[in-house]
Write a protein that binds this ligand. Structure first.
Ligand code: BGC
Length: 752
């Protein structure tokens, strides 16, 4: 009977998916037909106009246009010479501009409105690096869903997210925007975010088009300096950089943004290999590629194009469909076509991609569908958005150290000192790329703690950052002022427990915010030491947008909590963790180095020919630091203890190797664990990393409870790309590990 129901159910599911698939294809065909009909009516100029994207007239996220350019831009909207606009938001503003174009231009083709909705629109969720630390794909997807709903409610239909650049360099400020150093985790997170933004129906009022960026290699900017050259081999490109993009394309991401960097001598924006050959060729991506801000123009200073006209020519040949703020296509494409340097078919192909998206978004059915001012008010900061923001914020926190169960704090704890400017800061927890969030709209740590107890006294101790973000280089960091130390130390002396909230200002990471030091900025470490001299019972709460080198703190402070920049509900999430109402479950998505000199430091490195200490000097190491990180990838503690046992490897089916073990909560409280599976291909035609994440599962266990964790390894996990991007699967021996981090687990070996 049961099997009858199962088979009926599966027939039903199959029938539904067949029907969905057929109707998807039908609607795709219908859209393609409408696109072609419209295209046939368009002049060459109008087509080129669709490929032109302008910034609005206020928020500027790149070099600003001059006055004359701004005037010209306005006319271009009326002439139908703009296809999309960024940084115009709010139903009233969007409607105004949409009306201008729809009513005044000849064909009235609606604009797409884009913006960097990176981790929330008004309700801000954790910075993406933090969210990746949750390893909770459902929570990450939900967070993107919230962002999409709010963005759509204020008139937007396109976010320039997710950023899925893998990076091994925490000096690079943009690591805060990505999912860290690992391509496997990066790919899973990329898919979750794309699904969250786009949902199942792009024309729904609460979904928007996503944009996988930056294609490609941007996370490998030399020395972590933003916009710097990238020089990685194609072996690394295919195995490390591209997998999250491939996953996003397979998940039907609608758009891709190229990048500022040079890759092997060719700027990504003019890089045919990346865009035409791989993305649109091998991967059959049929969405649109947008340039990064003025990145077509930037091929001139790169030394790749002699002038803007040649830059436009190189960009379109390479596959770049839309020009963000370079004015290159709108000024030069027409003459390039007339001169026969660019074919009209190339233009048509780009325009088809752009129009298709507009149809999918439902903009032709109703250009104002995202401009409902009543909806706008009701959707922003809805209670369930705030709940989702709290949920993912708690899950993003990583417990780095907890000597002798120092944490959680007893709720009856009296006499708590809270020290550090970031503890009272309602702005920094919003992080960089905070879209439409109101200034100072986050719950501060202090406010979060005060909901638990009023037995708290606060002293700032020292400023973290003075001045506005735009002056960050000149005046940002308080390097010297220790005038607040005395008060903080006096308070610590009288207190039983000290919570110190230290780290980076919210604008110290993000675009253009590269650092050469990864210490606690300014005088904060001195403050920490001064407090420590009078009171050792310190809980250090870190608030930061990237891994930091906190060796002294790690050696001396009993409890350390990595709280990143957690968004609107930051202080609530942190307080719940500190008081044990939420048991921390995050795991680092990026290695924390001991020193900047170790960078790039990442867990999935090659072994080298001299990996082991020989007693002599001639092995791969430093003479002034170990090779080990401060905290490895995948690391994170819990208030519970998880014990791994009983590793089993079943190779009966060589195409689906089964690896399993038992995880038991041997602690005293319930908790969530992320069981991680790593492999090592011991010998192969191209050397493989010492460890590669190939699976993970997050689950909750009550005290004393066990869970059987199973992973299946197929060709998809055991193969790799060669330097030309061809997929290889080789027989041989593999090490396998299942554990609680990239350095601790049960190990086994199998051949196949
Ligand atoms: C960034 C992109 C962003 C664009 C638009 C650029 O400077 O690199 O990630 O989407 O600006 O704001």
């Amino acid at each position: 009977m049961r099997s009858y129901f199962i088979s009926m159910a599966s027939i039903f599911v199959a029938a539904v998916s067949l029907l969905t698939c057929q109707s998807n294809t039908a609607s795709r065909d219908a859209i393609d037909q409408r696109v072609d009909e419209l295209l046939a009516k368009m002049t060459l100029e109008e087509k080129i106009g669709q490929m032109n994207q302008y910034n609005g007239f206020w928020d500027v996220t790149g070099p600003a246009p001059n006055e004359e350019q701004a005037r010209k831009k306005y006319d271009h909207f009326k002439q139908g010479l703009v296809g999309s606009v960024l940084n115009v938001r709010g139903t009233a503003q969007v409607r105004k501009l949409q009306e201008l174009v729809v009513k005044e231009s000849r064909l009235g083709i609606p604009l797409i409105f884009g913006q960097d909705v990176i981790h929330g629109q008004e309700t801000i969720t954790p910075i993406p690096l933090a969210e990746a630390a949750s390893w909770d794909l459902a929570a990450i997807e939900k967070s993107a869903q919230v962002a999409a709903a709010e963005a759509a409610a204020i008139g937007l239909n396109w976010t320039f997210a997710p950023m899925i650049d893998i990076s091994r360099d925490p000096r690079w400020g943009r690591v805060m925007e990505g999912a860290g150093e690992d391509p496997y985790l990066g790919a899973k997170v990329a898919v979750a975010r794309v699904k969250g933004f786009q949902g199942n129906d792009l024309s729904a009022p609460n979904t928007i088009a996503a944009c996988a960026k930056h294609f490609a290699g941007y996370g490998f900017s030399e020395a972590g300096r933003d916009y710097n050259a990238v020089d990685i081999g194609t072996y690394t490109l295919h195995n490390v950089v591209l997998p999250p993009f491939k996953a996003a394309v397979d998940a039907d991401v609608k758009t891709v943004m190229n990048s500022f960097n040079v890759l092997n001598g060719v700027p990504a924006t003019g890089n045919k290999y990346l865009q035409r050959d791989i993305l649109k060729g091998r991967w059959k991506f049929n969405g649109l590629i947008v340039s990064d801000w003025a990145s077509i123009f930037e091929m001139i200073p790169h030394g790749h194009a002699r002038d803007l006209k040649q830059a436009a020519e190189l960009a379109i040949h390479a596959g770049n469909d839309m020009d963000m703020e370079s004015y290159a296509y709108v000024q030069h494409l027409k003459s390039l076509v007339e001169e026969g340097k660019v074919s009209e078919e190339q233009v048509n192909d780009a325009v088809r991609r752009i129009l298709r998206l507009k149809f999918e978004l439902g903009l032709f059915d109703d250009p104002y569908r995202y401009c409902d001012s009543v909806r706008e008010k009701s959707v922003l900061m809805q209670p369930d958005h705030l709940t989702a923001a709290l949920d993912v914020a708690r899950k993003s926190i990583v417990l780095l150290k907890n000597d002798r169960g120092f944490l959680p704090l007893n709720k009856a704890q009296k006499n708590i000192a809270v020290i550090g400017a970031l503890a009272a800061d309602k702005n920094s927890p919003l992080g960089n790329w905070r879209a439409g969030a109101d200034e100072n709209s986050a719950v501060s740590v202090l406010e979060g703690l005060q909901k638990y107890t009023l037995a708290i006294r606060y002293a700032k101790g020292a400023d973290v950052v003075v001045g506005k973000p735009e002056f960050i280089r000149e005046t940002a960091v308080n390097e010297t002022d220790s005038s607040g130390f005395r008060e903080a130390v006096a308070l610590a002396r009288q207190s039983d427990v000290v919570i110190m909230v230290l780290g980076e200002d919210g604008f110290l990471s993000g675009e253009g915010r590269s650092r050469t030091n990864l210490n606690l900025p300014g005088v904060q470490e001195r403050l920490l030491k001064a407090v420590h001299r009078v009171n050792k019972n310190i809980i250090l709460v870190l608030m930061n947008g990237r891994p930091l080198t906190i060796n002294w703190a790690n050696a001396n402070i009993p409890a350390i909590v990595e709280a990143w920049q957690l968004g609107t509900r930051s202080g609530d999430a942190i307080a719940q963790v500190l008081f044990g109402d939420y048991n921390p479950s995050g795991k680092l998505p990026m290695t924390f180095p001991k020193s900047v000199g170790q960078i790039p430091l990442y867990y999935n490195h090659f072994n080298t020919g001299r990996p082991d200490p020989t007693g002599l000097v001639f092995w791969s190491h430093y003479i002034d630091e170990t090779n080990e990180p401060l905290y490895p990838f995948g690391y994170g503690l819990s208030y519970s203890e998880f014990t791994y046992s009983d590793l089993k490897i079943d190779t009966t089916d060589r195409q689906a190797i089964n690896v399993s073990c038992t995880v038991t909560n041997t602690g005293r409280v319930a908790g969530e664990e992320v069981a991680q599976l790593y492999i090592r291909d011991r010998v192969s035609s191209l050397v493989r990393p010492v460890k590669e994440l190939k699976g993970f599962q997050k689950f909750t266990l009550e005290p004393g409870a066990s869970q059987n964790v199973q992973f299946v390894l197929t060709d998809a996990e055991l193969g790799f790309y060669d330097a030309d991007g061809q997929w290889l699967v080789e027989p041989g021996e593999f090490d396998v590990m299942i554990g609680t981090s990239s350095v601790k687990g049960l190990v086994g070996r199998f051949s196949r």
